[in-house]
Design a protein around this ligand. Structure first.
Ligand SMILES: *[C@@H]1O[C@H](CO)[C@@H](O)[C@H](O)[C@H]1NC(C)=O
Ligand SMILES: *[C@@H]1O[C@H](CO)[C@@H](O)[C@H](O)[C@H]1NC(C)=O
Ligand SMILES: *[C@@H]1O[C@H](CO)[C@@H](O)[C@H](O)[C@H]1NC(C)=O
Ligand SMILES: *[C@@H]1O[C@H](CO)[C@@H](O)[C@H](O)[C@H]1NC(C)=O
Length: 443
């Protein structure tokens, strides 16, 4: 159809017809036969899916991706894309979702209308989520075999794509952009699909992971790509998870971050992992625990199709799991990826999940003090410089004056100071110049 219209336009005698044709393009609509409304009702699916959820599969499907409603708590559904095939019998996973933190109920609808807008509405008609693409030239909807769900115009250009609104997952081909989608936010828990405290962010000079404490407005840095790859000149403009077959060897497939910088414009790759099979079906996930992992899906194997191919904070890696803020719960000492002790005012005791700080409820400096730990670092220290050089007494008085400060960390060899608004996991570093002072009530 498109080619015949071009033909009409190029024949110069048919001005009038040509004009009419253009005005009809500007009002392009979705053919009625391609519109849909799916209602969240009926029986649940039979297969095992991530988070032990119930789900209802909807018709939009492109192997191995399918649009579904799922719920982990009764009558609170998320519209999501599921990855995995029935045939592989492996757990199917949720790789994109529309309405985290804003669930819908039974009889909610997802509608693609002639105006080209895709709308998720609750049973009472309240619009919960939409693509905001009404009358923008959208003529079609598609779930692509890459897991990208798109609304495209008559020329095939994407007016909207799910790849531009990641939650905690990046599929191969999905891109972070400066000034665009540039971060993942963890899920709070398997059951509770709201934003968790961790984020993974593309910044001008690299990638970072942050923990957002309820005690502090400022997120705390617990990982940075700085030791792994650095942007010496310019700043990152975009970064894509890419699968690259090794053409020399022929049987290796690399998963990489392919990135571009501006000022100057340059491109580069940083390999993350490789497999001996085609790993185009892979994703990067910021987990509930704040760790970042890469999973591949190999539909050709018998049995478990998923493989965890890379963990950023791994017990076998340089970082170790001790860099994970929540590794040892609310308060614990970590060594070689293990939780080894509970630091208390009267010394170290055995670690348990219940280890916690003694809460200081008063802001009066006469009502609290500090207890000292030697050879210990906070998770934020590895990638931040702290303040200084400064005297330890100044570091302490800064913490004392700040009700929200839970303790401070001080390196005597470099006279640097860190104020901690949350403690979580401390790491044993075996360096007596690294000191921690934890606030505790006097009685
Ligand atoms: C959903 O809608 C149908 C048809 O209108 C109705 O029979 C059913 O009771 C509704 N379900 C719920 C849970 O409200
Ligand atoms: C990334 O940026 C480069 C340079 O600005 C551009 O050529 C490229 O198309 C961009 N890639 C994506 C996937 O947006
Ligand atoms: C890898 O698989 C994808 C689809 O799953 C396919 O498009 C691509 O051509 C495959 N690559 C190679 C090198 O076989
Ligand atoms: C302690 O850490 C400092 C740097 O922070 C380093 O120069 C020094 O060698 C370390 N000492 C030991 C015993 O590891």
């Amino acid at each position: 159809m498109a080619s015949s219209s071009h033909f009409i336009c190029s024949s110069s005698v048919l001005f009038l017809l040509c004009f009419q044709l253009f005005s009809s393009i500007s009002e392009a609509v979705v053919p009625a036969s391609d519109t849909f409304t799916y209602v969240n009702e009926g029986d649940f699916g039979d297969y095992i899916v991530e988070y032990d959820a119930n789900y209802r599969a909807l018709p939009p499907f492109s192997n191995p991706f399918q649009l579904c409603f799922y719920n982990t708590t009764p009558n609170a559904f998320t519209l999501a894309l599921r990855m995995g095939t029935v045939r592989s019998e492996s757990l199917m996973r949720w790789v994109w979702e529309a309405n985290r933190g804003n669930p819908v109920r039974e009889n909610a609808t997802v509608t693609f209308g002639t105006d080209g807008n895709l709308v998720l509405a609750d049973a009472d008609g309240r619009v919960v989520w939409q693509t905001n693409t009404a009358n923008k030239g959208v003529v079609g909807f598609q779930v692509l075999p890459t897991g990208n769900m798109v609304l495209h115009d008559a020329k095939g250009k994407y007016i909207w794509q799910s790849f531009d609104s990641p939650t905690d997952t990046l599929l191969v081909g999905q891109t972070f952009r400066a000034g665009g989608p540039n971060k993942l936010v963890s899920r709070l828990s398997e059951v509770n699909n709201i934003d968790g405290p961790y984020s993974f962010v593309m910044e001008p000079k690299g990638l970072s992971m942050y923990y957002k404490s309820p005690n502090s407005a400022r997120p705390m840095l617990y990982w940075s790509s700085s030791e792994w790859f650095t942007i010496d000149k310019g700043s990152l403009s975009n970064l894509t998870v890419t699968s690259i077959p090794d053409t020399d060897e022929g049987f290796l497939y690399y998963l990489t971050f392919e990135y571009f910088t501006t000022n100057p414009t340059a491109s580069s790759n940083r390999n993350i992992a490789y497999t001996k099979y085609n790993n185009t079906l892979s994703y990067l996930r910021l987990g509930i625990d704040g760790n970042l992992r890469v999973y591949t899906y190999n539909p050709n194997v018998q049995g478990v199709a998923w493989e965890l191919v890379y963990t950023f904070l791994d017990r076998d890696s340089m970082e170790g799991e001790c860099q994970l803020p929540g590794r040892c719960g609310k308060f614990g000492l970590c060594e070689d990826s293990q939780c080894v002790a509970c630091p208390t005012p009267s010394g170290l005791s055995g670690w348990s999940k219940d280890c916690d700080v003694k809460k200081v409820t008063s802001c009066k400096s006469s009502e609290f003090g500090y207890y000292k730990l030697e050879g210990v670092d906070h998770f934020m220290i590895k990638y931040t410089r702290g303040d200084g050089p400064t005297k330890q007494s100044d570091c302490e008085s800064k913490c004392t004056k700040d009700c929200k400060c839970m303790g401070y960390f001080y390196h005597t060899d470099r006279s640097r100071c860190w104020i901690a608004y949350d403690l979580k996991t401390l790491t044993r570093v075996g360096n007596s110049t690294h000191l921690a002072y934890i606030k505790a009530p006097n009685k």
